[in-house]
Design a protein around this ligand. Sequence first.
Ligand SMILES: [Zn+2]
Length: 306
Amino acid sequence: MTRIAELVTANSAGHMHGYNYAYLDELTKKEIRRGLLKAVAIPGHQVPFGSREMPIARGWGTGGLQITLSLIGSGDVVKIIDQGTDAGVNALNIKRLITRTTGLETTEDTAEATVIQTRHRIPEERLHKHQILVLQVPLPEPLRLVEPSEAKTRQLHADQDYTKAWVYLYEDIVRNGQLTHAAGYPVLVDERYVMATSPVPRWDVPRFHQADCLFLFGAGREKRIYAVPPRTDVRPLDFADYPFDVERFPQGCAICGSTTTFLDEHPAADGVARTYTCSDTAACEKRVAGGVLDPWPSFSNSRSRE
Ligand SMILES: [Zn+2]
């Protein structure tokens, strides 16, 4: 009888006995890669796929994980982040599953990674053409807030009828005086499909536009994958008099002093004073250690930005 202790012992190939390389069976990986090719060919279009049961609950990154496991192979270096940190419980457990079933190396250094899986952030260091960012997506349908029927949203996408999405943004401004989307801000991809930007903050949305890397999105519970290939136009939906804008912070990072990164807010014990630190902890540590970071182009909300 096989014992658990034997299963978790790395074999000569560097991964666990009793499991296929990268956990999923080869036909499943092939099906996911075929879906990814279609997603890359039609940027922003949601491609259905047969999402498998994974050893983590749906809603905890099964979509992103299935994409990562379908892609990685010998020579890849994997980085996993959750809320910008490599040390989150979700990130650590996904990393453990990947290393145990592949024997691949992992890193916390964005520049070293070939495949990065993330839940809430795009790393502060700019990604390049040899890198893939895999996003874990909870709600892939950008029209779900305005149209509950799946059949109707498919039809609206097919007709490129995004009237309801625009009306929603208009009503948001009328009610709140500004665009209030905190995460998943809707964007128009390659002048064709409106796409949900996963749960990344508005801060990260401009990074999808004309990037060098490949972005892949996986929604395990909703059984959808979609993609933004390198050098693709990705524009936030906004109005000339209410342009898209990113979050602003009243002070810099309390650790590295950065004023050009997305910051997490920490209320003090008195509930009044607040401190801010970098959400991307690996970039923050690199800056403190005197390392050189390759930043993304800085965001300007002038209408002429390209
Ligand atoms: Zn910092």
